[in-house]
Design a protein around this ligand. Structure first.
Ligand code: 4AZ
Length: 244
């Protein structure tokens, strides 16, 4: 996160760290992306965060990566379901979404606490200019390697037409994505934040409106972050969970 601040404990309880290690490896898990808890046994992340042939786990309820915190819950990923139309081109990433089924018993995987909670799926549109929150352990203006502390920042939803201006992203955007940030630059998501949440507030409930997806570098003028439009995938999410 560029231009962010250390998150207050419990402020982003749906934020997960998605961690991988090669199948059968003795190495420890490493953070590759964010993810978002949407029910006790399901999380969403970006499609480009799925690494086949890797074991995956998520860690929720912690603020400091690599420190064992008493509020933390570590849960194995049972399977990852990437969107069938996920596609990466040199210019953009399309349908950048995946579901993670977490391991557990009797429909219980993550245990709800003050520090671990689900985010709601969106049921409508937020107007352009709405201030929403992004968070993650990704790269910052100070470090390419990311932050060991969870950071958060406020970004604004940007009009789709403005973001499709030739000076911004041109014609590559589609309805599976939207832009958020600040056209003047400075505040943005970045590498390592991918898969994590953009939440907007609706009458006191936090709604998962976007998933950190891509952008032309980070924090640059006229290059806001691009987010997977979660509302575009509501039916996909429901059908995959139902079929599992
Ligand atoms: C990335 O490389 C990435 N500024 C994520 C987010 C943004 C740019 C790049 C948005 O994963």
């Amino acid at each position: 996160i560029y231009g962010g601040l250390k998150a207050i404990p419990g402020a982003q309880p749906w934020q997960l760290s998605l961690q991988v290690r090669p199948q059968g490896s003795i190495h420890s898990y490493r953070h590759i992306c964010g993810a978002v808890l949407i029910s006790s046994c399901w999380a969403l992340t970006a499609g480009h965060c799925i690494e086949p042939k890797h074991q995956m786990q998520v860690v929720g309820g912690g603020l400091s990566l690599g420190k064992d915190e008493p509020t933390e819950q570590t849960i194995d990923v049972e399977k990852a379901i990437r969107h069938e139309n996920y596609r990466e081109t040199p210019a953009a990433v399309y349908n950048d979404i995946a579901l993670l089924k977490l391991k557990g018993a009797n429909g219980r995987c993550a245990n709800e606490s003050q520090f671990v909670r689900v985010a709601c799926l969106p049921d409508g549109v937020f107007p352009d200019g709405t201030e929403c929150t992004i968070s993650g352990w990704g790269a910052t203006e100070h470090s390419l390697y990311g932050s060991s502390n969870l950071l958060d920042a406020q970004v604004m939803l940007i009009n789709q037409e403005s973001c499709s201006d030739a000076e911004v992203y041109g014609t590559v955007l589609d309805t599976s994505m939207f832009c958020a940030g600040h056209m003047q630059g400075g505040v943005d998501s970045c590498q390592g934040d991918s898969g994590g949440p953009l939440t907007c507030n609706k009458q006191g409930t936090h709604v998962l409106y976007g998933i950190v997806s891509w952008g032309d570098q980070c924090g640059r003028q006229n290059k806001p972050g691009v987010y997977t439009r979660v509302s575009h995938f509501n039916n996909w999410i429901k059908s995959k969970i139902q079929a599992a």
